[in-house]
Structures are given as C-alpha cells and as structure tokens.
Design a protein around this ligand. Structure first.
Ligand SMILES: [Zn+2]
Length: 522
C-alpha cells in the first residue's frame, strides 16, 4: 500500500507541474497550502461513525445536516470512519486531514483548526448516491498565511437584518476568515444599543431617510450573534467610530458637539460635526460607551475609528482650543490623537487593544503612543503606503486593508458616487493588491477587506459587490497559491454548484469578462 501511494504521488506532482488546474481539483477554497491526491476512493455507506471528541455543535451540525445528510451519524469512542485527534504540535489554526482506506483522520490543536478542516471536507465530499458518500484519498496539511483575516461590514450607513449578517458570517467561516469587523456607527445611524444612553438608538438609529437605514441591534441580539460567530471560528470586532462620522450620535446628544447648532445628517460622505474633544463630558460619555462595548464583546480588539474627521469646528471651538493650549498641543490634529490616546489607554485598562484607522498617525506628534494601538492601513488612493511605513517605523502593528484593492464596495464600473477612479477590476485585486508584498513584514498583523454601504448599497446588492472579489481576497489571506487568475476563475465557476444552494449568488462573466483571457501575470 505504501509503495502504491508513492507512485500515485509522483503522478499527481507531475500533473501539477504541467497543468496547475489539475492540482486544484480538490475544490477547496481557499486553496490548501500543502496536499496530495491519490486515485483511490473511500466510500462510506448507510452509516458513519464519528470518533474522538467532536469539537462543537456547529461541526456536528455540518456533519449531520450537510456532509452526511440522509445518512445515519453515530458517535463512538474509537475506530470511527471519521476521527478527530488533538495534535498539540500543530500551529494555532492549522489542521491536517488524512483520507485513506481506513477512514478520515482530522488533526488540529485548536477549535478553529477543526472548523477549517470540516469546511474543507464539505467541499470535497462526493455524493455518490443518496446513502453513500465518497472521498478521494487525500493528505492535506494546511495553515493560514495571515494570523488576522477579516471582513468588515458597514451596518452604520445601511442596517442589515441579523439573518443577513449570519449569512455572511457563514461565508467567512467557509473562507476561513477569523475576524468579523462590524462597523456599527456612522453619521447615518447609530446601530448598537447602549443601555446608559438610550437616545443613541431611540433617536440615532432613525436619523436617515432610507427604508433600510432604520434600526439597531439590541445587546441581546448582539450576544446571540457573538455566540453564532464563535461557533464558526469568528471573533466579532465592534467599531465605534470617533470623533467623526458621528452625526447620528450628536443628533441624539447635541451637547456633545462643539456647537449647539442642529445637526445635519449627511446623505453621503462626512462632515466636520465631530464629538467635541475640549468638553470633558465627551470623554466621560465615550468611556462609558466603550465600557459597555468592552463588557459586551469578548474580542481582544476594539476598533475606535479615527478616520475622516475634518477640524473646521474644532478650530473655532473655544473648548477645543482651550484644551489644545492646556495640553501644550500644536493644533487640532494633535488634539484628535490625544483623544484617541485617551480612549486607547482606557481600553488598555479593560485588557483590550485599540485599532485605529491610519488617519491618526498622518500628522506630526511628539508624545509616545499607547502600546496597545494597532493601525488599520486603508487610504491607498490618498496616501499610498505612507501610514504603513510610518507605523512600521514606530513599531506599531498594522492591518493591511487598502482601498481600491480590498474595498469590496468599489464596483467594476462607475456606479452612483463611484466615478471611474473609484472602480477596481478583478485583475487588479488579484495581481496588484498593495497589501500582498507587505504581508511578510514583521509588523503586519494580517489583512482585511471592507464592504462599505454608502450610496444606498442595500442588502439586495451585497452579493453583487462581494463576489467574486471576496474569494480572491480570502485566498490571499490564507493561501500561498500562485495560480493564474484564469485558473482561479475556472475554479470559481465550478464552485457555483457549491455556493448556490447555500443562498449565495454570483456571476463570474459579468464581473470579469475582460480579465478572463489574461492568463499570465503582469
Ligand atoms: Zn469643541
């Protein structure tokens, strides 16, 4: 048997060298980083026995309701057709699958590793008949390229139903992403219940006019979603964006702004109506909000925003200017960094890291930054890699998520507020993503992708924006694969059979017709 395996292995490796597409027949996306296929097949008929400790209910459900649906599933102490085995020598999130004539052995040292193994297994199962499942003999040794792999959904500008969010958490788990970055506050809506400040939702969740811009998530719903995500290997990182993008909060509590003028809710973009950093009540309010957030979300990371905060009102506000003088700061930009630092230091007392958009380090500053700060590099169009380089020089960890390449809301052709220079092609995302050459830098924590819902990107449009780019980005976060875009898209066409029954809709040709024939790297 051993010799026969080796012969087949040689055949497979040879085939891989001449036709890369053959190698991806395993159909697992993101592509596993190391595997071998053999020509024999394991058949499981009528009954399947699971042995070892089944890691959690989600895995159990996938086994019973998906992979072996219609077949009797039993659990046994040993000698199962599928055996879960703990292997503490494997790195965090890594997993091994070995399929041979004795059965399927799954090894990992973590819950996430087992989840990823089961997500791989459900993609390679063959439904030979209603009561038979077949698996090609395979050895997979897989682990992620990036430690941090996130998808961000903007629930501030548009509210999405909990069921919709679950649909994308399911997708993230299939794509082996581990952090759901949940953008919960915007000028157009405050979406999370804060018990101490009920007006944030009674007023702030209904300030916009659109039908899908009304609503918020109760803390009970959030708790349920946190558990749902955790079962699928995903940690939810909440974002409360300060001091800008806060018009909905200021409409709820006008005394927290620099002026007592009525707040104008922007239909698109952002304004200079910021939380007043010179007012001590603001810091008191923000700390109380973040305390509830820290108590609600177990995540070690909390995103505190910090992007796009024009200083027009701060420059004229007597409280803000007095604060600048009292603290010996140079200007309003340094005042923002002071405010973000106060919140980051407060989060540190709660045992949390603070993630900030890159804007906070664009300007000169003299004081040392908190050691729990992480920079989210995003503005490639505006500042290229300036923030990435500055963060690295300062020794600050960076999440790579540049607009244009990793912003899923950038359409492939102009749409509403997205002019030609705010479109991106599948080809560019695949070959030119500026995050890729920086993933191996010692300061890089990982990679993110974001779906902003501006210009009325409602629930019915989300699949159109996500696919097929999210497949590309998830593959870049996980895999070291170097196959051509042409081969990658061929795989995606085949994968439609897998994703369509799960409720996901995508059409490859519509998005990538011009890219499809480019089979070589630029
Ligand atoms: Zn002010």
């Amino acid at each position: 048997m051993f010799k026969r395996y080796n012969i087949y292995k040689i055949i497979i490796v040879y085939a891989y060298l001449i036709t890369p597409i053959f190698c991806i027949e395993a159909q697992i996306l993101p592509f596993p980083n190391s595997y071998s296929n053999y020509s024999d097949t394991l058949k499981i008929k009528n009954i399947v026995r699971i042995s070892g400790h089944t890691p959690n209910n989600y895995i159990k459900n996938v086994l019973e309701q998906d992979i072996f649906k219609g077949i009797k599933v039993t659990y046994t102490a040993s000698h199962g057709n599928i055996s879960f085995q703990n292997d503490n020598l494997l790195p965090a999130e890594a997993y091994n699958i070995d399929i041979n004539n004795k059965g399927i052995i799954i090894k990992s040292s973590s819950l996430n590793g087992y989840i990823y193994a089961i997500q791989s297994l459900r993609q390679i199962v063959i439904h030979s008949s209603p009561n038979t499942r077949s698996f090609q003999f395979t050895t997979i040794k897989d682990e992620p390229r990036c430690k941090y792999r996130s998808f961000m959904l903007d629930s501030g500008r548009q509210y999405q139903k909990i069921e919709t969010i679950k649909k994308y958490i399911d997708l993230m788990s299939l794509l082996k992403m581990n952090y759901f970055h949940w953008h919960l506050t915007e000028g157009l809506g405050w979406r999370i219940e804060i018990k101490r400040y009920p007006k944030l939702t009674s007023i702030g969740s209904n300030v916009a006019r659109g039908k899908e811009q009304q609503g918020y998530y109760s803390q009970a719903e959030v708790k349920e979603l946190i558990i749902y995500a955790k079962e699928r290997g995903i940690t939810i990182i909440p974002e409360i964006d300060i001091p800008g993008h806060s018009e909905a909060a200021l409409a709820s509590y006008p005394s927290l702004g620099c002026t007592q003028d009525s707040i104008i809710i922007p239909e698109n973009g952002f304004t200079d109506q910021l939380f007043c950093a010179g007012n001590d009540s603001t810091l008191f309010f923000l700390k109380n909000v973040f305390l509830e957030i820290c108590n609600l979300f177990p995540s070690q990371y909390i995103h505190i925003g910090g992007d796009e905060a024009p200083k027009g009102k701060w420059n004229k506000c007597s409280l803000c200017q007095s604060k600048i003088q009292a603290l010996g700061l140079k200007d309003s930009n340094q005042l923002q960094l002071w405010l973000m630092t106060q919140i980051a230091e407060y989060l540190k007392t709660q045992g949390k890291y603070a993630i900030c958009w890159e804007d906070v380090i664009h300007h000169d500053f003299t004081k040392e930054l908190p050691n729990n700060l992480i920079i989210h590099w995003w503005n490639w169009r505006g500042h290229k890699d300036e923030a990435f380089n500055k963060a690295c020089t300062l020794g600050i960890p960076v999440i790579c998520g540049t607009n244009y390449y990793t912003y899923l809301n950038f359409p492939d052709k102009p749409w509403k507020g997205y002019a030609q220079d705010r479109t991106s092609s599948v080809y560019d995302v695949y070959y030119r993503n500026e995050s890729l050459p920086r993933l191996s830098h010692k300061n890089t924590l990982g990679m993110s992708c974001c779906l902003w819902t501006d210009y009325g990107l409602t629930e019915d449009l989300l699949d159109q924006r996500l696919f097929p780019k999210i497949f590309i980005l998830a593959n870049q976060m996980w895999s070291n694969s170097t196959i051509t875009l042409n081969d990658f898209l061929t795989v995606l066409i085949k994968k439609k059979k897998f994703y369509s029954p799960l409720g996901y809709t995508y059409t490859i040709n519509r998005y990538s017709k011009s890219d499809f024939n480019k089979s070589t790297t630029p």
